[in-house]
Design a protein around this ligand. Structure first.
Ligand SMILES: C[S@@+](CC[C@H](N)C(=O)[O-])C[C@H]1O[C@@H](n2cnc3c(N)ncnc32)[C@H](O)[C@@H]1O
Length: 316
């Protein structure tokens, strides 16, 4: 899904008043901190320049990842969503993705950085959404906020292990229907969500996506379950991050857990391997992970040719 033009325009307007070299340095600083300082509860993006650079270089990608995760989840989760709680909302990427994918604009954003909140509010106004923003540290627990859909995207990996485990339980307790966690598509992101999956199943949740069921994950520990969202790169993004590629592929991991008995579907885990006359699909099924070879003669060949990593593949 395309990053909304109103958001792109507003960010570009705000950045046009800034010095490009200082913003490029801020974008580099953010990348370095995410690479080297995540996972210990530190503040990683706080100054005004950092916040603007975050919105320019990361927000389109996190929006793309949450949109794709929601698209895949809403294929199997069909309940109506009437309220959204976005924990560690940053500049609101996940909330925009959720509003567009569910049609629900009853949104509460929880965030601890004032700068993120200020820009997040401005971007919500740009799209005409009256979300409520609350300055809150999610590791200190939530008050009485509850929502049908609770989302946390690219936030849990910033917390310490103990904080993360506690936050997962807290978010689950404040979820009325569906909890969606989205994290970077790295081995660490995947292992954190694997741990979250165990915690949430133990707490009585039903995995809606990406897994086909609550069954034990049979992916080898040295592999990691992740998906890709293709994100168009703006002129500004190219200026701040360098390179000419027209798009970037954002790798992400996600986990959607429901309160009701919703169950998932078999899902393709890798880009299909296409060879002459046959396509091999690596599929996660209730019985475990299997390589399904679909030959040209099979009635599934057309569907296999159109399929991609992340898609559910019903008939196996
Ligand atoms: C990488 S950004 C992601 C923002 C947004 N969810 C997105 O997907 O673009 C992580 C956000 O989580 C916020 N955050 C980190 N720890 C937090 C905490 N303990 N309580 C509230 N917000 C937190 C950070 O301030 C930052 O805005």
């Amino acid at each position: 899904m395309e990053f909304p033009s109103e958001l792109r325009y507003t960010i570009e307007q705000l950045l046009s008043a800034q010095d490009v070299r200082a913003l490029t340095a801020a974008a580099e600083g953010i990348s370095n901190r995410y690479r080297n300082e995540s996972g210990n509860g530190k503040r990683l993006v706080s100054s005004e320049k950092d916040v603007l650079a975050y919105a320019a270089v990361r927000m389109p990608a996190t929006f793309g990842a949450v949109s794709k995760a929601l698209e895949l989840t809403l294929e199997v989760f069909e309940e109506e969503i009437n309220s959204i709680l976005d924990a560690g909302a940053g500049t609101g990427a996940a909330s925009h993705a959720a509003e567009i994918n569910t049609g629900c604009d009853n949104i509460t954003c929880l965030e601890r950085e004032e700068g993120m909140i200020a820009l997040g509010q401005q971007l919500m106004q740009a799209r005409g959404i009256g979300a409520s923003w609350i300055r809150q540290d999610i590791t200190a627990g939530l008050s009485d906020q509850h929502a049908d859909l609770v989302i946390s995207s690219y936030c849990l990996n910033e917390l310490t292990t103990a904080e993360r485990k506690k936050a997962i339980i807290t978010l689950w307790e404040h979820t009325d229907k569906l909890l969606l966690l989205v994290e970077p598509g790295t081995p660490e992101g995947a292992s954190q969500l694997r741990e979250a999956r165990n915690i949430l199943i133990e707490a009585g949740g039903y995995v809606a996506a990406p897994c086909p069921s609550n069954g034990e994950c049979t992916l080898p520990l040295d592999d990691w379950c992740h998906f890709t969202a293709r994100v168009a790169r703006s002129k500004l993004h190219k200026q701040l991050k360098g390179g000419d590629a027209p798009y970037e592929d954002e790798k992400f991991c996600f986990l959607a857990v429901s309160k009701s008995g919703c169950s998932g579907k078999p899902r393709i885990l890798r880009h299909p391997k296409i060879e002459s006359g046959k396509i091999t699909l690596r599929i996660c099924t209730e019985q475990g992970i299997t390589d399904k070879v679909v030959t040209r003669k099979s009635p599934l060949f057309k569907a296999a040719r159109k399929s991609d990593s992340g898609d559910s593949f019903g008939e196996i």
